[in-house]
Design a protein around this ligand. Structure first.
Ligand SMILES: [Zn+2]
Length: 105
C-alpha cells in the first residue's frame, strides 16, 4: 500500500463494493463521492455531496473536493484536500480544529 498523491475521477452510477487505490468514485445518482484513504491505510472514505457537506468541482478533466477530507475516525487521522485531482496534505486534524473544539484528553 502506498500513499496516493493524485486521484483519478471515475463517474459511476453506483459506488462499487471494492475500491481501487487512487480512484475517486463519483456517483451523481447518489450524490456521493468515495475513495480509499490517500495515506494508503486501505480504509474507505465516503463523502456525501451536499451544500452543507462536501462540494465537488469538475473542470472537464480534474476534480476538486471541498472542504478537506478529515479521517478523524480512522487510526491514521489523515487530513487532506483533493484539489484538481492532487492530494494536498493538510495539518493534522487535531491542530486544525483546536480553535473550535477543545483538545481531547
Ligand atoms: Zn488513512
Amino acid at each position: 500500500m502506498s500513499q496516493a498523491s493524485e486521484f483519478e475521477p471515475l463517474f459511476v452510477e453506483e459506488i462499487p463494493r471494492n475500491f481501487e487505490p487512487g480512484k475517486l468514485y463519483i456517483s451523481i445518482e447518489y450524490t456521493t463521492v468515495a475513495h480509499l484513504c490517500a495515506c494508503g491505510c486501505g480504509n474507505e472514505v465516503v463523502t456525501p455531496l451536499h451544500p452543507a457537506r462536501w462540494t465537488l468541482t469538475y473542470d472537464g478533466e480534474r476534480v476538486s473536493l471541498w472542504p478537506s477530507v478529515g479521517s478523524w475516525n480512522l487510526p491514521c487521522r489523515s487530513h487532506y484536500v483533493i484539489k484538481r485531482n492532487k492530494v494536498q496534505w493538510a495539518r493534522p486534524w487535531s491542530d486544525e480544529t483546536s480553535c473550535v473544539n477543545p483538545p481531547r484528553g
